[in-house]
Design a protein. Sequence first.
Length: 99
Amino acid sequence: MIVPLVSDLVVRQSLANRGVYAGVEYGVSELTLANGESIKSLEGLDLSVKADAVASIRPRYPLREYLERSDWPVKVPLDDVPLWVSRSTYEAGTGKNGM
């Protein structure tokens, strides 16, 4: 589970148009490298390899109707989002506890 964080409003809107909403918890259904190889984790990979990774993501919970999309999961290059954090890191930083 990952949460995208984006402070730049232009980037934030661009990502939202693609179904990637800042502060929403996503589950990753697939990670692929530039060569098309499917992987389970980015751990231990060279930074240049990580930069080209693409994640297929879907929100972990229902969103407001106007945010829902019929094309989930969406594919997003990991480098398109300025910062990805874990759910626990996001909750610790915002005081949200998932309730």
